[in-house]
Design a binder for this molecule. Structure first.
Ligand SMILES: Nc1ncnc2c1ncn2[C@@H]1O[C@H](COP(=O)(O)OP(=O)(O)OP(=O)(O)O)[C@@H](O)[C@H]1O
Length: 235
């Protein structure tokens, strides 16, 4: 089966600073991959590089069989690479519904479908972006990516800083999302055990290099190895 997204030996960073030092990754439709690692090892940089928001020094980024290295970020987004950034980037002075509508692209993810996935957003549809809890903001950030009907969903620490009950809601939504679509998903997470449970494959980054890659379940079954790879930041 052909790959949806492939990174080959990517070296990238910010200006002359190189953060990723030769990272490769392959994602198929319907597959989810976790990206784990300690703080500052380059996880967000990896997602940002897929979107063209960093400086690519060398290597290739192949999406649906075509190199997108020179494609501007907004075109990568409309071509189906959907990023949910760590900062969420909700428009504070737009309502929930307006935040969603600015991102609409044709496809199965309509406003109704997003509201069905996150009923909380429907209840709050008139609230302004700055009148939402952290969990609601995260639902909105994910909903806004989905309504653009991406083929690849890049999630940057979606569970960060959220109460356990909200994390449970998001996990349930994540599982429903996976059952109903063949999107490829790249999940950057600090909650390592949770991420391993939610994905088939995993890469662990250490200072811009891949220090482990394989089947998520294998790492979940080996807590000593996991602790060695990512330190004490266990979920
Ligand atoms: N806009 C930027 N300009 C320059 N350097 C940056 C920028 N963003 C991140 N960095 C640096 O790149 C390195 C990797 O950061 P990155 O955010 O990718 O790590 P991370 O693994 O996602 O960490 P965290 O879990 O803390 O978000 C860090 O040394 C960071 O200081």
């Amino acid at each position: 089966m052909s790959m949806l997204l492939e990174l080959k030996d990517v070296r990238a960073g910010y200006g002359e600073t190189v953060v990723l030092e030769g990272v490769s990754l392959a994602l198929k439709a319907g597959q989810a991959i976790s990206v784990l690692g300690r703080n500052g090892v380059g996880k967000s940089t990896l997602l940002n590089t897929v979107l063209g928001l960093t400086t690519l020094h060398s290597g290739s980024i192949v999406y649906q069989g075509k190199g997108v290295e020179k494609m501007p970020s907004h075109k990568r987004a409309t071509a189906g690479l959907g990023l949910v950034p760590q900062e969420r980037e909700i428009f504070p002075s737009l309502s929930v519904e307006e935040n969603l509508k600015v991102a609409v692209a044709p496809g199965t993810w309509t406003l109704e479908a997003v509201y069905e996935l996150f009923p909380r957003l429907k209840q709050r549809h008139r609230n302004m972006g700055n009148q939402l809890s952290g969990g609601e903001q995260q639902m909105l950030a994910i909903g806004r990516a989905l309504i653009g009907n991406p083929k690849v969903l890049l999630l940057d620490e979606p569970f960060e800083g959220l109460a356990p009950v909200i994390v449970d809601m998001l996990v349930e939504a994540f599982n429903r999302l996976r059952q109903s679509s063949d999107m490829g998903i790249v999940l950057v997470e600090q909650h390592a055990e949770l991420a391993l449970e939610l994905t088939e494959n995993t890469i662990v980054l250490d200072r811009g290099h891949i220090s482990w890659q394989g089947v998520s379940q294998d790492l979940l079954n080996d807590p000593a190895r996991l602790a060695q790879l990512i330190g004490l930041d266990l979920a």
